[in-house]
Design a protein around this ligand. Structure first.
Ligand code: AMP
Length: 323
């Protein structure tokens, strides 16, 4: 799409005055920002005020460039303004506000229809993002605002997102541990959009099997071990050999033999009513060691999991599924 699309370092940002935005309450924050619910006093509309901590200018420009490129896309959080406060010398992003349902309260009681809806909307966002040459690199429930009552989903936090350039190495210290793909855990720097698909698979497994997090490692090595103990060491070794990767580890368990566990083994009395064979088939095609084997977002959207009792027609949302 050319340098005008991806050259964020040479982009100029217009910082407006922040006077029209008022803070209502703090809703989150982390290493790079403090996030507030706010109100736009010019029209009384709610908004989110993301006050950026003084991190590298390059990182801020990348987030703004990506947000500007993607704003207006399906289920992408909308960037409405960029403001600079003279007094505190801080920069903030003003974004659309979403009434978010807390993941800890929803993952264990979503219906099959809601799981389909959630995943369909997430994959629709990722299909758009990936087709525009961008990898989110931090897909996880905390970065997916889901208004359960209004059935509205938005992918947020583009602070780690990056443009994909074939052949260019990427940093592997991205994504949150439980959602890191095997490529990050074995140090493979030529990864691509399929990283977001792995993270989506982790979310799908958590929803289907009603676990807050499906692969839950204590550290990065343990995270990889948790994955190998499900997908099996045979597939892992094939993956390493295919890409000429060598695992540097002091953890004996990582190099031991672990049998592949069929997905059906995770079906229990608690989750049986929401787990279909179509669901397990799709999950199996998202959670593959080899990123090249995972379905793309577009392929996943065309999977039969979404064509049985299509919820979008019932819910009347803008994006309909394939049936
Ligand atoms: P972020 O740094 O963008 O990941 O935001 C930190 C936290 O603020 C998120 O985990 C959400 O709980 C909350 N948040 C961020 N953006 C929004 C939004 N547009 N609507 C509602 N809550 C948000």
């Amino acid at each position: 799409m050319g340098p005008g699309w991806y050259d964020y370092e040479n982009m100029t940002v217009d910082w407006n005055v922040p006077d029209r935005y008022e803070i209502v309450r703090r809703i989150g924050g982390g290493r790079y920002s403090e996030v507030f619910e706010g109100v736009d006093s010019s029209n009384e509309d709610p908004c989110v005020i993301k006050v950026l901590k003084p991190v590298a200018r390059k990182k801020i420009k990348r987030e703004i460039k990506i947000l500007r490129n993607l704003t207006g896309g399906p289920n992408i959080i909308r960037l409405m303004d960029t403001v600079h406060d003279e007094h505190s010398r801080s920069n903030s992003l003003i974004m659309e506000y979403i009434e978010n349902s807390d993941w800890k309260e929803v993952y264990y009681n979503l219906t099959e229809m809601e799981i389909k809806h959630y995943l369909f909307q997430l994959l629709t966002a990722l299909d758009f993002v990936h087709s525009r040459g961008i990898i989110h690199r931090d897909v996880k429930p905390a970065n997916i605002m889901f208004d359960r009552a209004r059935r509205k989903l938005r992918l947020i936090d583009w602070g780690l997102a990056e443009f994909y350039h074939p052949g260019v190495e990427l940093h592997i210290r991205v994504a949150s541990r439980y959602f890191k793909g095997p490529e990050l855990l074995v140090g493979y720097k030529h990864y691509d959009y399929a990283l977001d698909i792995w993270s989506t698979g982790c979310i799908m497994a958590a929803m289907l099997f009603r676990r807050e997090n499906f692969f839950r490692g204590r550290d990065n090595d343990d995270q990889l071990l948790k994955i190998i103990k499900v997908l099996g060491s045979d597939d892992f070794e094939r993956y390493l050999a295919k890409y000429g990767l060598y695992l540097q580890t002091y953890d004996d368990e990582l190099v031991q033999s672990h049998a592949k566990v069929p997905w059906s083994k995770f079906v229990t009395a608690d989750n049986r009513h929401i787990v279909s064979t179509d669901a397990l088939d799709l999950l199996d095609k998202l959670l593959r060691f080899d990123h090249a084997e995972r379905l793309t977002a577009a392929e996943a959207l065309a999977h039969s999991f979404f064509s049985t009792s299509c919820p979008y027609l019932l819910l009347g949302t803008a994006h309909s599924c394939s049936s």
